[in-house]
Design a protein. Structure first.
Length: 590
């Protein structure tokens, strides 16, 4: 059954009854967040010392009015078709258009701030992605509701979209910024076709063609295998398919759309319903209903997903607009996994190439990247096991004052459920962020430094512990019931000193084993001057509850270029902090 909405049929998105009811429930739940005085959605925002872009003070709650979320809400109000809600949507749209920087001479031309309470002049730095995100939502309004807007509002929407598109053109992100490169292509192409801007169309077409060629040349998306941004890429490719009419674009977007579904299917671990690693960008280690809901809808319900029927979230705002379709020959990957398989995928080419290894078996999956960093959005080494109802994970991290240290660079070689890894430290790398928070003068201040082996969603009573002897090189087995994990750290030093083992947890779903290198009063560490500061570790996962044989890992620390060797796997060890370029050059010798 479809629901007829109170706008001209020629511009309607078609909602099924289930989609309309979820949209309706979300709007009803969001009602409490709407602030009629500001004509925006209000929310509580907790800034942390690691927040990017915003300068709102950390550690305290802030009541903020969000621009992007408010604009998404306006689209949903228009789509719901209720006359009173349409008036609210028009008021929101009027408010949102007034908040854009429309001065072409301005550094922040064409974008919005995150929050009403923090204008662009206060952000550090402003987020230029808001031209893409907000421009895409304005285009949804223009395409599907534009003819029904008052003439004056139509003119303002046109101007705002073109300001956003020109901002995107001015910024001109590279094709390796996957989701923004696709979204920017959509906004510039759709805006140019809608409003007859030939020069903008030429730019958008060249931009999208460049992204297409770059992606095929590199082997995949630079934001590789990302549970968050692969979904975003799929959404934006879907928008291009839906709205852009240029026949030169059609074969390109069809190819990329198909390849995106191939990446999702290839990495899906059906026994746990998790997205196997490695991940370039992920905000959580366990999937929520967002991806499950995508697959459920894209397979017309053949992939069962009870939580998507009960849970109403921000996806309910626009699921009806995307109408994704999974290619039928890929569906089987989402339902079962009968035999183990392993594959390697090149994500980008360079020195070294960036290559992910993924092992899928009925009992578990293990994924690693051959070379990368340990930023908090990375999952450079991650394993999943358990069931669809109770998936568990292991994630390797390195923490600086409780936050993932982006200057920690990892190299991995993997064979099935076995991996040998080394960690080096870049003296010119990022601290809390890979490019927004760079280490200055090779020096960090730290009151805590530790390697963390994090476990998620373990059953009550299961508490992973480090080796009893508290020696870094002592191999030991973690019996976790459904799987057993063998670990060995034969080489683990910070400034020439070994660490000590410590176990802990957050009292909820996460537990960990930490190798603590420094904890106490804050100290200054000048990375280029440190003595031996590097890590080598080996990991083996086997099904069931049993001891795991862990032969010793040999580390030739005295040679000109030290190497770690274990069970036929070999990796170079960068013994002391060095520049990112030199560490990557050493890792390229793997």
């Amino acid at each position: 059954m479809t629901t007829t909405l109170n706008i001209p049929p020629a511009v309607l998105p078609t909602l099924t009854e289930a989609q309309y009811l979820r949209l309706r429930r979300y709007l009803d739940l969001t009602e409490a967040d709407y602030d009629p005085a500001e004509r925006m959605l209000a929310a509580t925002f907790f800034a942390t010392g690691k927040s990017y872009h915003t300068t709102l003070s950390s550690g305290i709650p802030h009541r903020v009015h969000r621009t992007r979320e408010t604009l998404n809400y306006a689209v949903a109000l228009f789509d719901a078709g209720d006359p009173a809600e349409r008036e609210r949507a028009l008021g929101i749209l009027d408010r949102m258009l007034s908040l854009q920087d429309t001065d072409p001479a301005s550094r922040t031309y064409g974008i919005w701030s995150w929050f009403l309470e923090e204008p662009l002049s206060k952000m550090a730095p402003p987020d230029w992605n808001w031209a893409d995100f907000c421009g895409a939502q304005l285009l949804e309004i223009a395409h599907t509701h534009g003819p029904g807007l008052p003439e004056e509002m139509q003119a303002r929407v046109r101007a705002a979209i073109l300001h956003a598109a020109r901002s995107i053109e001015r910024r001109n992100v590279a094709p390796d910024y996957t989701n923004i490169a696709i979204m920017g292509s959509y906004v510039t192409l759709a805006a140019s076709e809608l409003y007859g801007q030939d020069d903008l169309h030429a730019y958008g077409l060249a931009k999208f063609r460049r992204f297409y060629e770059y992606t095929l040349e590199q082997g995949g998306f630079s934001e590789y295998n990302s549970p968050t941004y692969t979904h975003t890429a799929l959404d934006e490719l879907g928008r291009i398919q839906r709205y852009v009419r240029d026949p030169e674009v059609t074969p390109l977007v069809r190819t990329l759309y198909r390849r995106t579904w191939e990446d999702i299917a290839r990495h899906f671990h059906a026994p746990t319903r998790q997205w196997a690693g490695p991940h370039s960008r992920a905000y959580h280690s366990l999937l929520g209903s967002r991806i499950h809901g995508l697959i459920h809808r894209a397979t017309e319900g053949r992939f069962s997903c009870p939580e998507t029927e009960a849970e109403v979230d921000s996806e309910s705002l626009q699921e009806h607009r995307h109408n994704h379709v999974c290619p039928s020959d890929l569906e089987a990957a989402f339902f079962s996994l009968e035999t183990p398989s392993e594959f390697r995928q090149t994500f980008s080419k360079g020195t070294p190439d960036m290559v992910g290894t993924t092992f899928l078996s009925p009992a578990f999956t293990l994924g690693t990247i051959n070379e990368g960093d340990l930023w908090n959005q990375r999952r450079a080494l991650i394993a999943y096991w358990g069931t669809a109802q109770a998936p568990k994970y292991l994630h390797l991290r390195f923490l600086h004052d409780g936050w993932d240290f982006s200057a920690a660079r990892i190299a991995c070689v993997q064979r099935g459920g076995e991996a040998l890894c080394t960690v080096a430290f870049a003296s010119d790398g990022g601290d809390t962020h890979v490019n927004l928070d760079m280490i200055q003068n090779g020096t960090i201040q730290a009151d805590d430094l530790r390697l963390r082996i994090e476990f998620g969603n373990l059953p009550l009573g299961v508490r992973p512990m480090g080796p009893i002897e508290n020696e870094t090189d002592w191999p030991w087995t973690l019996d976790l019931g459904e799987v057993s994990i063998g670990l060995s750290l034969p080489h683990a030093f910070w400034d020439g000193a070994p660490g000590r083992w410590e176990s802990g947890g957050d009292g909820e779903h996460r537990q960990w084993i930490d190798l603590v290198f420094h904890h106490g009063p804050a100290r200054s560490f000048r990375l280029p001057e440190l003595k031996t500061t590097s890590i080598a570790l080996a990991l083996r996962i086997v099904p069931g509850s049993s001891p795991v044989p862990m032969p010793p890992v040999r580390v030739e620390a005295e040679s000109e270029l030290p190497h770690a060797a274990w069970e036929g796997l070999v990796l170079p060890v960068v013994p002391r902090p060095d520049t990112t370029a030199r560490i990557r050059a050493v890792h390229a010798e793997t």
